[in-house]
Write a protein that binds this ligand. Structure first.
Ligand SMILES: Cc1cc2nc3c(=O)[nH]c(=O)nc-3n(C[C@H](O)[C@H](O)[C@H](O)COP(=O)(O)OP(=O)(O)OC[C@H]3O[C@@H](n4cnc5c(N)ncnc54)[C@H](O)[C@@H]3O)c2cc1C
Length: 629
């Protein structure tokens, strides 16, 4: 009997081993095919050496740069060069769940902030990580894929501050276009307008002049191919998602303006869908669009009349500098950290700061100021019900199989489940991870080991069920600055966000944390056996661990809150008469000719959520502003 059972178990072991070998082999082959086919299709339009000149030069192939390059090259008579410091991201970037693994990799600029005074006490050197995507697709190729298109108030604030033309009404047509609705004229009508005019008309309500009335009769909204694909967490299939919505309903009386939903993500058939996929990729290979990878723009060059001549660039592995001329415009889309860095290196920035490094001043502007970012305070909640993502579940072979064959399963989602707002400025995210890889999550936040362990007490347990609530102040008032370290463009700039410097922000963060605490103790989560683990942090050990204790809450926030990954504002857009602005509402750099900025650095104030899709719509509108010019 014993022999038979050991024979059977040997056979079972043999079958399981062969099965896993076959599965692993097939997964390997399929991944190889995916990588191989994307390599082949990705070579189109990529050049090794630039020509001497182009009509438009776009610096940075990130979220905004990919849209601009596609739109400006739509006219076959315009030659466009897109210069990107990195290369193509590897295949990991398309698998939503493993997104955090890109941080700290070769695809990340991997910046760190200056030591913070008012925050980050529990981080190494009191310095926050500041990841930024380096490669085609930019930070949009390494972000958490949350889709959000802003509130009306976000854009009214911009208009009120002098960024005229950037209201919701003007941006809405571009958001619609992103999602698959366009405005088209009936062909061959004499009074047909171009798409920009139609978008403007629709933004203006379509009925102000007789020309508009005629066009209203001849132009219509049509369904088009969406540029961006959006997927939703289905409440019917997500126990955590359902609990989140139900908890929102329960809390509606206690918090004003509460709005809770499951997340929308820029994911298509289980893969990341960025502005590279939706805008740039379909246009690659056009004769008039060239992409230069692994090439860093070090400087914008001007003549004596402050007209842009072109850019200086350095190709990877080559220490010499090349010059490429622009016949029409240079657009900086290098992101909220690198765009001000390039401008400062080019002599555009505060005079005293440039003098300090011996850089000749081309224009004395407030470049680098007004840096804003969201902060997230993580709170861990353990569960007694198996409804979350755990390391053990992710490691099951069938998860790989489901993903490779059907684009489904745990790997197909970022793990983010719910997004909530209340009282206009409080934000909450539910990350459905019960257990996490300590090394990845500790290092990407730059947490000290003891801070990490206090926040995530079960991090060593691969089967622990639970989730993380990220509490945030959506409209922070603190403003930081990006400055030069020295006059060498290849050295990192100094990033000082001055998190929580403004008293408003700590009060706002405390309210957000209280919202998270109320959520964890709501009935829907209690039914799942939720237990909140308020951290016992070394920096706060003199304070009683109590959710009602304001001083304790302030201390844990100042110790353990981490970046929300949304730096912006460092080339503030606004009225050309306002000395604090860098670009006018057409995004032209004030006082210079032929130079614009279009990326997160132009956002005058933070948006009440996630900026990526808003930047896509803004870049699309900017292309129309440029083309109309
Ligand atoms: C980890 C993480 C998660 C995030 N999650 C979300 C989310 O879920 N939802 C959301 O809406 N937002 C999210 N964001 C923020 C969002 O992705 C960014 O705000 C957005 O991508 C910024 O776009 P951009 O065009 O301003 O810059 P980027 O996309 O950063 O593009 C800048 C590009 O310029 C290139 N570049 C820089 N310097 C040079 C140079 N000198 N020469 C040539 N090229 C250069 C860079 O390599 C890069 O490709 C996240 C960000 C991070 C880091």
């Amino acid at each position: 009997m014993g022999k038979v059972s050991s024979l059977l178990s040997n056979q079972a072991f043999y079958i399981v081993s062969v099965y896993s070998m076959i599965m692993t082999l097939m997964v390997g082959v399929m991944l190889g095919l995916v990588v191989w086919s994307s390599r082949i299709s990705s070579q189109r339009g990529i050049i090794e050496m630039p020509e001497s000149h182009y009509d438009y030069i776009i610096v940075g192939g990130g979220t905004a740069g990919c849209v601009l390059a596609a739109r400006l090259s739509a006219n076959p008579y315009h030659s466009v060069l897109l210069v990107e410091a990195g290369e193509y991201f590897n295949w990991l970037s398309s698998v939503p769940l493993v997104t955090p693994m890109l941080q700290g990799s070769a695809h990340d600029w991997a910046y760190h902030t200056k030591s913070q005074v008012h925050s980050s006490w529990g981080l190494n050197n009191q310095s926050s990580a500041c990841p930024r995507g380096r490669g085609l697709g930019g930070t949009g190729q390494m972000n958490y894929m949350l889709h959000y298109t802003g509130s009306e108030e976000d854009f009214s604030r911009w208009e009120d501050s002098g960024a005229t033309g950037w209201g919701l009404r003007q941006l809405q047509p571009y958001v619609s276009k992103m999602l698959g609705t366009e405005y088209q004229c009936i062909a061959k009508q004499p009074y047909c307008l171009n798409s920009y005019q139609i978008l403007l008309m629709s933004a203006a309500g379509l009925h102000t002049t007789s020309l508009h009335q005629k066009s209203q009769n001849n132009c219509k909204r049509v369904k088009a191919q969406p540029r961006m694909h959006i997927s939703h967490v289905d409440v019917g299939n997500s126990v955590l998602g359902k609990a989140f919505i139900d908890a929102g309903n329960e809390l509606a009386m206690a918090f004003k303006g509460l709005s809770f939903s499951t997340v929308q993500s820029t994911v298509y058939k289980g893969q990341r869908w960025s502005s590279l996929d939706g805008y740039l990729r379909p246009t690659l290979g056009q004769h008039n669009l060239k992409v230069l990878l692994n090439t860093r723009v070090t400087k914008v060059v001007f003549d004596n009349a402050r007209v842009v001549q072109g850019v200086e660039l350095r190709m990877s592995g080559d220490l010499s500098t090349k010059f490429v001329r622009s016949r029409k415009e240079v657009v900086l889309s290098a992101g909220a950290i690198n765009t001000p860095h390039i401008l400062l290196q080019s002599g555009v920035g505060p005079q005293a700061h440039l003098h300090k490094y011996g850089i000749p001043v081309v224009s004395d502007l407030n470049v680098g100021f007004n840096l804003h970012d969201h902060l997230n305070m993580p709170l861990y909640v353990s569960l007694e019900t198996p409804v979350s993502v755990t390391i053990n579940k992710v490691q099951q072979v069938h998860q790989f199989w489901d993903y490779m064959i059907h684009g489904k399963g745990l790997l197909a989602s970022s793990g983010l489940v719910g997004v909530g707002t209340a009282e206009t400025d409080l934000g909450l995210l539910l990350f459905g991870f019960g257990s996490t890889d300590e090394k990845i999550f500790r290092d990407i936040a730059n947490y000290k080991q003891e801070t990490f362990h206090a926040l995530f007490p079960f991090s060593h347990n691969k089967t622990q069920e639970g989730f993380v609530l990220l509490a945030s102040c959506l409209l922070p008032s603190s403003r930081g600055i990006v400055t030069l370290n020295d006059a060498d463009p290849s050295n990192e700039p100094v990033i000082d966000p001055q998190y929580l410097q403004h008293p408003h922000d700590i009060a706002c963060m405390i309210r957000a944390v209280k919202l998270a605490i109320s959520l964890s103790s709501s009935q829907p989560f209690q039914h799942l056996g939720a237990k909140l683990h308020l951290p016992q942090l070394e920096e706060c050990q003199h304070l009683e661990v109590d959710p009602q204790n304001q001083s304790y809450l302030e201390c844990i926030i100042r110790t353990a809150a981490i970046t929300g990954y949304h730096p912006g504002g460092t080339c503030k857009m606004g009225s050309p008469h306002d000395k604090t602005t860098v670009v006018d509402p057409q995004l032209r750099v004030r006082g210079l000719h032929g130079l614009r900025v279009m990326d997160a650095s132009v956002m005058p104030t933070p948006v009440s959520g996630h900026p990526n899709s808003i930047l896509i719509a803004m870049a699309d509108r900017t292309a129309d502003l440029i083309l109309r010019h």
